[in-house]
Design a protein around this ligand. Structure first.
Ligand SMILES: Cc1cc2nc3c(=O)[nH]c(=O)nc-3n(C[C@H](O)[C@H](O)[C@H](O)COP(=O)(O)OP(=O)(O)OC[C@H]3O[C@@H](n4cnc5c(N)ncnc54)[C@H](O)[C@@H]3O)c2cc1C
Ligand SMILES: NC(=O)c1ccc[n+]([C@@H]2O[C@H](COP(=O)([O-])OP(=O)(O)OC[C@H]3O[C@@H](n4cnc5c(N)ncnc54)[C@H](O)[C@@H]3O)[C@@H](O)[C@H]2O)c1
Length: 508
């Protein structure tokens, strides 16, 4: 058996680097990790790869949010429902010369099972990899005792010692005050991923990543969606130009409407098929009642909060802010957010430190913490971490939005350059009948360095990787414009944008 990480990548077998400072029997473990989501798991694997003895407090939840209640099952729902959308789009299929006879049917339970089975399979792989690589898995929840180097298993009371401790407790859904969640008719992503039923009309509170991805799933399966968004714009955290395109491609042509600038102030669960869910909305500024709607279901997608309660943080002198643990660039825990001091031998990675709530960021921070523990100074470049929203078509980005980049350029005294690539003239996109979308590259005119890239279009989530690597490596648009892209591929959308930025003609 070959141990794999959460991406399914095979982990090389352990080789002990004898140059490293390994605990000499003074402690139970070189490294103790509290929480085994993708952050904790990534740290554990890298810790073993350094030959460090590693204890993981898994809290009975190996894989954490990403594997059990996040990335993995949501992408399974998106894949299955995306196929349904495609097969129901007879107009699109006809343009490719395909005719589907009869009605396209799907089994709700079948799709739900696909998501659950996939999550279980990935979780199983992670469990095997921990054991296979020789990590000690402690089933209980871990907490700090207030004494250096100690972690207590809160279910058995047993105390373990470790030279270094990594906190990786992740996050849980944020439910705004006034919203009553029963996880049946009013639910967070935890309940939604079970796809217990496909509501005829569902209100989605919050139009961030989770809300958008679920609007894609629900509308593909036949639901009507109403977004309720507190900020003045729909999709407020995305680049404005991309959000406008997204509104055209992901909202306007679908049975979706929205209210912006309003809070869902009171949400009362219903009974499926009998009593509707009631949502009272108030104006986000004046707090006056605006409207009350009755829907079949409501999904609460209003962000996530750190899962840092009952971990003994206070006893260790750690002051959190809304539950977030302050860390420095090396992931070392600080006593507080402003001017905090380093707490020796304690690190915090992943959603709980609030730097970037993404699975690959959590894992990268875990690896980085281990590098620092192993005595090789390492800092994660968060500016170069890409993100993607897996709607159809996808949205992806690395770096700041254009609005933020304009502000940065003004403050830091450089000139912002902007270039675009289009899916409209791309042979591969047209062969797929998917010519909608754009890519924009933001760069420093003086040096050609890439500052940010935003893409909406077919397989945008894969296209962003080249751009993230460019940001990380400091590659210029001039260099990128001379790198040869395969024809015919979607990567030529980026080729067009790089060439246009560098003033290079040609391309396909
Ligand atoms: C619906 C949804 C879809 C998502 N899709 C994506 C996506 O496509 N791409 C992406 O990059 N990100 C996605 N995310 C975000 C991603 O899941 C998180 O950023 C990621 O899981 C964070 O990893 P983590 O290890 O910090 O925390 P978590 O995955 O939350 O893991 C923390 C673990 O620690 C455990 N724990 C907590 N306290 C203790 C304790 N005291 N002792 C022992 N164990 C403890 C928890 O039970 C949990 O198992 C999604 C999130 C959601 C909700
Ligand atoms: N594909 C991905 O990478 C992916 C997918 C899902 C989730 N995630 C991660 O999970 C985290 C949580 O996602 P999310 O979509 O819940 O959060 P989010 O922060 O992306 O969006 C939350 C939205 O809810 C709005 N909101 C907050 N309170 C409200 C209220 N009372 N009434 C109306 N609107 C309100 C906010 O203005 C915001 O637009 C994100 O940080 C994201 O990084 C990532």
């Amino acid at each position: 058996f070959a141990p794999t990480n959460y991406m399914g990548r095979t982990i090389p077998s352990v080789h002990v680097n004898s140059a490293l400072p390994i605990a000499d029997g003074e402690f139970d473990f070189d490294v103790a990790i509290i929480g085994c989501g993708v952050g904790g798991h990534g740290a554990a694997l890298h810790s073993r790869a350094q030959g460090l003895s590693t204890g993981v407090f898994a809290g009975g939840d190996v894989g954490g949010t990403c594997v059990n209640r996040g990335c993995v099952p949501s992408k399974a729902l998106l894949a299955a429902s995306g196929r349904v959308r495609e097969m129901k789009n007879s107009h699109h299929l006809e343009s490719l010369g395909i005719e589907v006879e009869g009605e396209v049917k799907f089994s709700r339970q079948g799709i739900a099972d696909h998501a659950k089975n996939l999550a279980n399979r990935v979780k199983g792989n992670l469990e095997n990899s921990l054991v296979g690589l020789g990590c000690d898995v402690i089933e209980g929840r871990g907490m700090l005792t207030g004494k250096p180097h100690e972690v207590k298993d809160s279910s058995t009371g047993k105390i373990y010692t470790a030279k270094d401790i990594i906190l990786a407790p992740g996050s849980i859904p944020f439910v705004p005050p006034g919203v009553e969640v029963d996880e049946k008719t009013v639910y967070t992503s935890d309940g939604a991923l079970e796809l217990q039923y496909v509501p005829e009309w569902v209100a989605i509170i919050g139009s961030g990543y989770i809300g958008l991805e679920f609007s894609d799933v629900y509308t593909a399966l036949g639901s009507e969606v109403t977004f309720i968004e507190a900020l003045p714009n729909i999709m407020p955290t995305f680049d404005r130009e991309i959000a406008k395109q997204a509104e055209r491609l992901l909202i306007r042509d679908r049975p979706i409407d929205y209210r912006t600038g309003v809070f869902a102030a009171e949400v009362t669960p219903g009974i499926p098929g009998e009593k509707p869910v009631t949502i009272k909305m108030i104006d986000a500024n004046t707090k006056e009642h605006v409207e009350t709607i009755e829907v079949d279901a409501a999904m609460v997608a209003t962000g996530r909060v750190p899962n840092t309660k009952d971990m003994g943080l206070e006893d260790m002198g750690i002051e959190t802010q809304r539950g977030f643990v302050a860390v420095n660039e090396k992931m070392q825990v600080l006593t507080k957010h402003e001017d905090g001091e380093v707490i020796p031998n304690v690190y915090c990675i992943g959603d709980a430190n609030g730097k970037m709530m993404l699975a690959h960021a959590a894992s990268a921070q875990g690896i980085s913490a281990i590098e620092n523990i192993a005595g090789r100074e390492h800092i994660v470049d968060h500016n170069a971490i890409p993100a993607a929203c897996f709607t159809h078509p996808e949205i992806s980005m690395v770096g700041p939005t254009e609005e933020q980049a304009i502000e940065m350029a003004g403050k830091e005294g450089w000139t912002l350059g902007k270039s675009q690539g289009s899916f409209r003239a791309n042979s591969k996109a047209l062969a797929e009948g998917e010519g909608n979308g754009m890519a924009k590259v933001l760069f420093k005119k003086e040096t050609g360095h890439v500052v940010a890239v935003h893409i909406i279009g077919l397989h945008a989530a894969d296209l962003i990787q080249e751009c993230a690597n460019a940001v990380a490596a400091g590659t210029t648009v001039q260099e990128l414009s001379m790198m040869v892209h395969t024809h015919p591929t979607l990567s030529e959308v980026m080729d067009e944008a790089f060439k246009s930025a560098a003033g290079v003609g040609g391309g396909h």
